[in-house]
Structure formats: C-alpha cells, structure tokens
Design a protein around this ligand. Structure first.
Ligand code: CDP
Ligand code: MG
Length: 135
C-alpha cells in the first residue's frame, strides 16, 4: 500500500556534501519526492520531532547536532515507504549498520548518522505535519 514517510538528511550529511548520494539512493529505490526543503531547524522543532527521546541522557547532544546547520527535510512516497526507508537507512548505530545501507556505507557514528526516517505510519503522519503543515 502506498505510504508517505518523513526523511531528514541530517546536518552531517549536508556538511559532507552527501545530499546527492543519499537522495539518489531513495530515488533509485523507486520512492517519489512529494516535498523537499533545505532548512535549519530551531530547538523547539527538534524537541517536538524527538519528543519520545527528550528524557534520554543523549538527547542534549543530539539536539545540538540536529540544529547545528541546514538539513534537508523530505516527504517520500511509495509502496510501504516507511519500512523501505528504514531498510535503506540501516541500523541507528552507523558503526554497526549493514554495508549497502546509507548509514553502513557512509557513517561511523551513533549520533551523526546521516538520515532520519519515520518509524511507523503514525509517526510519519505526525512528523510530516510538523515539517510540512501545508501538504
Ligand atoms: O533514528 P533512529 O530511529 O534509527 O534512532 P532513534 O533510536 O530513534 O534515535 C534517534 C536519533 O538519536 C538517532 O538517529 C541518532 O542520531 C541519535 N542517537 C544518539 O545521539 N545517541 C544514541 N545513543 C542513540 C541515538
Ligand atoms: Mg527513531
């Protein structure tokens, strides 16, 4: 079934000049770009986006990282897009992510791990509304 999911190409990937590489992987997979915007988010938006993690010990450094520079926010659409993006992204800890995944191929950090993908259809709806209230 066709779904939409929110993807963030995080500030580390933008700084490293990897936006094109990352975007090409989603496109080659067959996902469609529904919305796309380069922007720097503020701390309040980071807190809303990562609401489930606010109390974690590692949240403050994650917050600093995610607001540290521009990121690319995207809405992608396709058959089972939520799961497809999570598979392309790879495991959270890029040091352990499978080769062939975005994190496995391009990252070596548990924090600066290049990409975000919604973890469920429900999260996707909430996150899309936060980043793209008009679509
Ligand atoms: O992004 P994903 O859903 O794979 O992982 P998460 O467990 O929901 O964590 C959200 C984000 O927090 C990760 O993508 C990392 O950027 C960051 N993180 C971190 O900074 N330190 C950790 N120990 C775990 C996650
Ligand atoms: Mg998550």
């Amino acid at each position: 079934m066709s779904e939409r999911t929110l993807v963030l190409i995080k500030p580390d990937a933008v700084r490293r000049g990897l936006v094109g590489d990352v975007l090409a992987r989603y496109e080659r997979k067959g996902l469609s770009i529904v919305a796309m915007d380069l922007r720097t988010i503020d701390g309040e938006t980071a807190d809303q986006h990562y609401g489930e993690h606010l109390e974690k010990a590692w949240y403050p450094p994650l917050r600093e990282f995610v607001i540290s520079g521009p990121l690319v926010a995207l809405v992608l659409e396709g058959d089972e897009a939520v799961e497809a993006v999570r598979l392309l992204n790879g495991a959270t800890d890029a040091r352990k992510a499978a080769a062939g995944s975005i994190r496995g191929d391009l990252g070596l950090s548990n924090r600066e791990n290049l990409v975000h993908g919604s973890d469920s259809v429900e999260s996707a709806a909430r996150e899309i509304k936060l980043f793209f209230p008009d679509i």
